[in-house]
Design a protein around this ligand. Sequence first.
Ligand SMILES: [Fe+2]
Ligand SMILES: [Fe+2]
Length: 368
Amino acid sequence: MEKMIIVLIDDQPFFLIFMEELIKQIEFPIQIETKSFQNPEDALDFIEENDVDMVISDYVMPEMSGIELLKEIRNLPDRESVIFIMVTAEHARNIKREALQLGATDFLTKPIDKLEFLPKVRNLLRLRLKEKLLQNKAELLKYEIERNLKEIKTRDKEIILRLSMAAEFRDEMTGDHIERVASYSKLIAQKLGYSESFAEDIYLAAPLHDIGKIGIPDNILKKKGKLTPEEFEIMKKHTIYGYRLLANSKVKVIQMAAKIALFHHENWDGTGYPYGLKGKEIPVEARIVSVADVFDALQEVRPYKKGWKTEKVFEFIRENAGKKFDPKIVDVFIKSKDEIIKIKEELSVEHPYFSSLLNTEIDNLPTP
Ligand SMILES: [Fe+2]
Ligand SMILES: [Fe+2]
């Protein structure tokens, strides 16, 4: 704010010059600029186009009365707080009352008394300046809060992803598996009509579904062939380990991640593990991630298996509606086929965010 602008309006040029000279005498921390008009219409155009701080207007003018001018100004967008001082005759009580109702700030009496004019104008300008400074401060604060919030979100996201990569790392999975599962889950949540904040949360929570694999011994986790029933029992425990790692959090997204970790291998028909829950007994977050995870895992190429073709996996998902999966989620998933395939292609070809966090280039290690 480098200057404040006062608009003066009077049909008699003499008064304009007189007021200009008076205003020059005001001592003020920032520059005061005056702009004088004999015609209220011209003044109105100027006020509409400029960030005017104060209007001092005569009441009796041939083209438009001070009251009409005031009405017009208050009707302009963002001009409701411009200071408006009306210059009237001493005993114009009714006019004053009407002007006050229409949002006039104060009055000056004609003939203008220097000792009234100067302090009044200066005091009102001060108020205006304070108000503007406060507004600037509020805007600055708002900007800073937004920036901090963004940084916190990025930080949270990165911490969660790095944690989820710890499990994937041991399992010889690449970062893009969890990134795709996150994206599919978010899309399903949106298509099911959940809120944007739920969709954002599931995007962050889904990657942690297998975090409990950290607790599974290498000979089982990395076994190339089929697991024995005993080994499979141990493998199943990754759901409980994951839950224990994430449980009792006060953070909403971690609470969600804990549920997903514990229940993502439950089946709609009750044949899953660890508890054999059925239907809606299984939290919806876990039902969503279960479809997303199986869809992606079946297509993944691993040292001991070829990846399934995408079409075949869609077929598998459809066949398992009401068995492994929630039929409503399968329905939404199949209907979003094009978008699912788009995500798959984007996150398989391009360098995904998750794996970009992993420094796999041994040559790139920093030297001390
Ligand atoms: Fe799992
Ligand atoms: Fe997975």
